[in-house]
Write a new protein. Structure first.
Lengths: 285, 268
């Protein structure tokens, strides 16, 4: 291949880079600048170089608890999602042909569904006049209707639905690289299914589980619509606080500072999990 | 003695059934509730009719939102293809490790929609273009959606470009075709399947997104999922189920169309 050809190929990157710079880089810089401005009572912002928004995010109890709640719900969701995605990926991995294709379509289907449709669907299932409570009541299994909407359980149910297909895909990719006869060998040598699962399969799939966990954690930290619409009123995430400051209170500087903190938190979590993995890796050989 | 392995296998099967139920339930119940004749969402459903579909298609606000969604999604698909196809081609031609530029192009994918939404609103909102304000325009929403759709498209396209049969491309070059002509005349037709699936990805990403759109639209440019999000608390009628079903069906039919195209292209 001539030097001229590869040089002209480099130019093909230019539109994408230019677009990302103008629509992503520039607005992020403005956002960063905005976070140091001040919010007057009778307007949106006045130019300033002040740290008061960051002080507000990191010291006011309401904002601090939003940060804490965001991390908490993302952690719970990531654990639940990875566990469920793993069990289902393992189920698919052990199957072949047409059944496998159908199961794959089932696991990846939620990718096509908008978060808002997931919310609307669960809001018909979970309340006391919803499908779940009614069907248990009508079949005589329970004698009082119950409400699950507005609980942490509901929030996790909805949030897991959204990151599940991505986790499933990551884990299945790792499982596909594992030799299935290892499991049979372990069983033939007398290990119980439990022992085979924990001592053979899980260690082999460790890398995939870690990256699926990071994906789910980081992804969920950025979601607030589901948490807000299905979870309890007290569960106040950073994302929702950004929407409130931006659209209802019109406090752009504080909304910007919250956004900067959210991005930093996400980067910290992603780098933290990565560092943990690499520190542990040599010890296990 | 009970065989432990069989207990395990049955427990696993039970879990898979529950999982399938979990995946199908939200959309399944939406599809049923959309045909309810009742005034509110409740069980048991008292009767079935097309009443709420009638209301949906007679309401200019819902119809307008659906039309806006379609326009924004088409624009996003076109824009992200125009940017991602050349970029993925250039990235695939490079040898060696993953270049820094590729990482830069993928970063927006890891930034939450709420952050992208307010950043674009604050950073580009007060610019005027085409004789009107950029803020509230479908073009700006499509630009924001392209921040996710383009890196997604690049991740779909790059591996396909890498497995491309280089000898065909080089033959065209040796025969005197210009690099641009080689690209559009030889490379793109060879990779049409990958390009179509990446375009579908972009379309669906945009169709379903509503947090960025929430910060960038006005009442006139509102998309369907934004209107759904804003009506969530105020409406208890099966109307929401109809609108949600319309949204989901548009994504599914986009995939269906892609599949039909693929089958027809293969037969030829």
């Amino acid at each position: 291949m001539s030097a001229r050809r590869s040089l002209s190929a480099e130019w093909l990157l230019l539109p994408a880079i230019a677009f990302t710079t103008v629509v992503f880089g520039w607005p992020l810089l403005i956002l960063l600048r905005m976070s140091f401005n001040q919010h007057p009572p009778d307007g949106i912002y006045v130019e300033a170089w002040s740290l008061e928004n960051y002080v507000a995010v990191l010291t006011e109890p309401a904002n601090l608890s939003a940060v804490f709640d965001t991390l908490y719900i993302a952690l719970v969701t990531a654990v639940v999602t990875v566990a469920a995605a793993f069990l289902f990926a393992q189920f698919v991995w052990l199957r072949q042909g047409k059944r496998r294709a159908m199961l794959l379509a089932l696991a990846l289907g939620p990718m096509l569904v908008s978060e808002i449709s997931v919310i609307i669907g669960w809001r018909m299932v979970l309340p006391s006049n919803g499908l779940l409570s009614w069907s248990l009541f009508a079949s005589g299994l329970i004698d009082r209707k119950f409400n699950l909407l507005g609980t942490e359980f509901a929030a996790v149910l909805g949030l897991a639905y959204i990151s599940m297909p991505y986790c499933f895909f990551t884990i299945l990719g790792v499982l596909n690289g594992i030799d299935r006869t290892l499991l049979t060998a372990s069983g033939d040598l007398g290990a119980s299914p439990w022992r085979t699962f924990f001592k053979v399969l899980l260690p082999l799939a460790k890398g995939g589980i870690a990256s699926a966990f990071t994906q789910a954690f980081v992804f969920t930290m950025g979601i607030y619509a589901t948490t807000n619409a299905l979870g309890p009123d007290g569960l106040w995430t950073v994302g929702y606080e950004i929407q409130r400051q931006m659209l209802s209170r019109r406090d752009w500087p504080l909304a910007s500072a919250l956004a900067v903190v959210l991005v930093l938190l996400i980067a910290l979590v992603a780098l933290g999990v990565q560092a943990l993995r690499h520190r542990k890796a040599p010890r296990h050989g | 003695m009970v065989d432990q392995g069989r207990v395990f296998a049955w427990a696993h099967r039970g879990f898979a059934v529950l999982f399938a139920l979990y995946v199908l339930l939200p959309l399944g119940i939406t599809a049923v509730m959309a045909f309810s004749d009742d005034n509110i969402v409740r069980f048991p459903i008292r009767g079935f009719s097309l009443r709420w579909f009638g209301e949906f298609f007679a309401n200019p606000q819902w119809l307008g939102a659906a039309w806006n969604s379609l326009q924004v999604a088409l624009l996003t698909a076109v824009m992200s293809m125009a940017l991602a196809v050349p970029a993925a081609y250039a990235l695939a031609l490079r040898r060696g490790g993953r270049p820094l530029l590729q990482t830069v192009l993928l970063i927006p994918l890891f930034v939450p929609g709420v952050v992208l939404g307010i950043a674009v609103a604050i950073g580009l909102g007060d610019i005027g273009m085409f004789g009107g304000p950029l803020f509230g325009s479908k073009f700006l929403v499509a630009c924001a959606h392209t921040l996710w759709a383009m890196p997604l498209a690049i991740t779909v396209l790059e591996p396909a470009f890498q497995t491309l049969d280089r000898s065909l491309v080089e033959a065209a070059g040796d025969l005197g075709a210009s690099p641009l002509r080689v690209f559009f005349g030889v490379t793109v037709p060879l990779l049409l399947t990958a390009v179509v699936s990446a375009g579908l990805f972009a379309f669906i990403t945009s169709m379903n997104e509503f947090i960025m759109a929430l910060f960038l639209t006005t009442r006139d440019s509102q998309t369907l999922p934004v209107l759904l999000w804003l009506s969530l608390r105020s409406s208890a009628s099966p109307q929401l189920a109809v609108a949600s079903l319309v949204l989901a069906l548009s994504a599914f039919s986009a995939v269906g169309l892609g599949y039909v195209w693929y089958m027809m292209a293969r037969r030829r």
